[in-house]
Design a protein around this ligand. Structure first.
Ligand code: FPP
Length: 239
């Protein structure tokens, strides 16, 4: 029986995918949206129960206004279209990140899909939108009093530990995504551009994850510890 996974994905490479085809960047984001749909459908059969996808970081507001508004519109239409698909596939969709800076249409689309899909039990899809992990941590800490322990911070974040983080597009960094939750995540970086990532790539990534040994700071399986030292033999061997 395979354990259930929390997979986090940094969907990078949409712009380059479009550029390689002589298309505008937004065409890359549209292809990225299709890739996400394919991955969401394939995820539950691979034992993934929670999938957090980085759709828009708080630093993405720095992009040109046309790209930002195109992405916001894409999000809104994606969410409107996905409600029925989520219901059919047992997906609960929620958003993490700030909502107060989103256009009204996108905010309403999030509220609607969260309400409609709240009974979904096969997969929890979390879209990170206007998300910054540092900001989320600061907010969580502000809510806590005294000297909170790790569990209290985790509870306040209301965000489970990540088992596997995949970043497509060749860069090897976390870009302010789930920093606390990734403390012991297995990291997998691939050159594959996000729009080219599909069920086959996901399958390979999960298989690679299952081959890894997670030690959480402990010792490898089968190693019981440092053998007790025979002080006499140490002293004798000095001579
Ligand atoms: C990074 O690629 C990707 C983003 C900033 C946006 C991610 C959005 C999507 C995958 C599609 C929209 C998602 C939904 C849920 C509607 P990049 O543009 O930085 O690529 P580049 O590094 O090649 O320029």
């Amino acid at each position: 029986m395979q354990s259930s996974l929390h997979l986090a994905i940094i969907m990078d490479g949409n712009g380059r995918w479009a550029q390689l085809r002589g298309l505008p960047r937004l065409a890359g984001h549209r292809a990225g949206e299709r890739a996400l749909r394919r991955v969401v459908q394939a995820a539950p059969d691979l034992g993934i129960r929670t999938l957090t996808a980085y759709a828009f970081s708080s630093d993405n507001w720095k992009r040109p206004p046309a790209e930002v508004s195109g992405l916001m519109l894409l999000l809104e239409t994606h969410l409107a279209k996905q409600a029925e698909v989520c219901l059919r596939h047992g997906v609960r969709l929620t958003a993490i990140g700030r909502r107060d800076r989103l256009p009204d249409g996108a905010r309403r689309a999030i509220d609607d899909i969260e309400a409609v899909t709240r009974g979904g039990a096969r997969l929890h899809l979390r879209l990170a939108i206007d998300y910054s992990s540092r900001d989320a941590l600061m907010d969580a800490c502000h809510k806590l009093r005294g000297h909170p322990d790790r569990q209290a911070v985790s509870d306040s974040l209301n965000s489970p530990d990540v088992d596997l983080l995949i970043r497509t597009g060749g860069e090897q960094r976390l870009s302010d995504f789930l920093l606390w939750e990734c403390a012991y995540a297995e990291l997998l970086f691939t050159q594959c551009l996000w729009p080219d990532f599909g069920p086959r790539e996901l399958d390979c990534a999960v298989a690679e994850f299952r081959r890894r040994e997670r030690r959480f700071g402990g010792l490898p399986n089968g190693v019981s510890g440092i053998p007790s030292i025979d002080r006499n033999s140490v002293i004798q061997s000095r001579g």
